[in-house]
Design a protein around this ligand. Structure first.
Ligand code: UD1
Length: 428
């Protein structure tokens, strides 16, 4: 297995292009199942999770074509055409679903268009049990019959889905996406109340509207969808990855660097910028994106709590913790979305960080310096938090299990190295 070696202590300066968002691209790809016409996605990131979704869609009969690069906004991204013309197969098998939980996003579109779907139930994952009950209950409310047999969800709606009012007991990004897509082809009106409103959901809704869907309330927690019989193809540009923006902003902050993040948008990362500003980091808008540098010599500890958008994202919690390990004073970091998302703590501690976990909160006490160490990560964001710590640490850090990073960060090593980081990928 490949490893990454980082020699810490370099200040990062220069520009980093921001890729399209993985978490927007995955549901957008699934949305191609809603129409027999071609959906063209621009600015698609090149990531392992995207390949997994493409393999799943290929299995379902979707024809795909990679078509060069779009350069709008000055950064490259793939152009991907997806045509779900004659989808005969409606089974998402275990071997593909177990690789990536977001595979469940094919369920709503398949049932809505074909009246049936069999999708392997995603199992638990490193950051918690992560059930899909809200997806299934919502589909049942839209009239699908749901059975769980031999590890698979069997959903059927031979006469199609019917609109309904669905009130989510908790905010779920995936359930909102799945049900919004299904409702587009249901008969009549669907209301999604207490819906998630992450930028990736806005991006998906915008694309669905361009495909002919009727959706009101985009960007709010109450979506109203009036179903139609057929959707058509369109061309859509994937929104920039706000988690990548936030991660590189922290890379600038932790190395006392100065980075311009090309394609980054302030409106996507308000809560992260607020925390960074309080900590002593300067974030300025530029013509091409955002510039991030230190405003103060020393960082100060800031408390953050993860919440659904527009709150502080859980996908930035590990990176914020890495940053806070080097701040002066203490920072209380509270995780409210996932029950087991502190697995980076013992690894950061191996690099000299001082962190105490009490239930859902971690108390971080800043230390003057981190020291490099061999470390191992359990998930995508935990891995990148160790890269950030490695960039600031004295000496060498060797990161194992690099495949986690390949799932969600496009050209991470190359982007950081281009700004002066001493970082390299060691082939197995
Ligand atoms: C998405 C993101 C992930 C991010 C998360 C929260 C993608 C591909 N992934 O994951 O990176 O960390 O949002 O911002 O977009 N829950 C239930 N029942 C359900 C569904 C969810 O109890 O049926 C719970 C989950 O266990 C979790 C919480 O709801 O505690 C939020 O999960 P959700 O928003 O659904 O996350 P994902 O869509 O899986």
């Amino acid at each position: 297995m490949d490893k990454i070696r980082i020699r810490g202590g370099q200040q990062l300066t220069g520009t980093i292009p921001i890729s399209g968002a993985k978490n927007a691209a995955l549901p957008l790809m699934a949305a191609s199942l809603l129409t027999d016409e071609t959906l063209t996605l621009n600015n698609l990131p090149h990531l392992a999770d995207i390949v997994t979704m493409a393999n799943l869609l290929a299995q379902l009969g979707v024809k795909m074509h990679l078509n060069g690069h779009a350069t709008e906004g000055g950064h490259a991204g793939r152009v991907f055409e997806l045509t779900a013309g004659d989808v005969g197969e409606t089974t998402a098998p275990y071997d593909l679903v177990r690789k990536m939980r977001a595979s469940i996003l094919v369920l709503g579109p398949l049932v809505a268009r074909h009246g049936r779907a069999q999708v392997s139930l995603p199992g638990g994952c490193a950051i918690g049990t992560r059930p899909v009950d809200l997806h299934l209950k919502g589909l049942a409310q839209l009239g699908a019959e749901i059975e769980l047999r031999e590890g698979y969800v069997h959903a059927t709606a031979p006469r199609g889905l019917t609109g309904a009012k669905i009130v989510f007991p908790m905010v779920s990004v995936g359930a909102t996406e799945n049900l919004m897509m299904a409702a587009c082809l249901a008969e009549g009106e669907t209301q999604l109340v207490n819906a998630a409103r992450e930028p990736e959901i806005v991006d998906l809704a915008t694309c669905l509207v361009a495909m002919g869907a009727n959706i009101d309330g985009i960007g709010t927690d109450r979506l109203r969808i009036v179903g139609c019989r057929k959707l058509h193809g369109t061309t859509h540009m994937v929104v920039p990855d706000r988690i990548e923006i936030g991660t590189f902003a922290m890379a600038a902050a932790i190395t006392r660097g100065d980075l311009e993040l090309v394609g980054a948008r302030l409106d996507l990362i308000g809560a992260v910028v607020e925390a960074l500003t309080q900590a002593g980091v300067r974030v300025q808008e530029t013509e091409r994106g955002l510039r991030v540098s230190r405003a103060a010599d020393d960082l100060v500890g800031v408390d953050v709590m993860t919440e659904p958008y527009p709150g502080f994202p859980t996908d930035m919690q590990a990176q914020m913790m890495a940053l806070m390990t080097t701040a002066s004073g203490a920072a209380m970091i509270t995780e409210t979305i996932f029950e087991n998302r502190f697995m980076h703590v013992p690894e950061l501690a191996r690099m000299g960080a001082s962190i105490n976990v009490h239930g859902a909160s971690a108390m971080v006490r800043g230390v003057p310096r981190l020291t490099g160490a061999p470390v191992m990560a359990t998930d995508l964001r935990a891995s990148v938090s160790l890269v950030l710590a490695g960039l600031a640490a004295e000496g060498d850090t060797i990161l194992n299990r690099v495949y986690h990073l390949d799932r969600g960060y496009e050209q991470l090593v190359e982007k950081l190295a281009a700004c002066g980081a001493e970082i390299e990928r060691l082939k197995a």
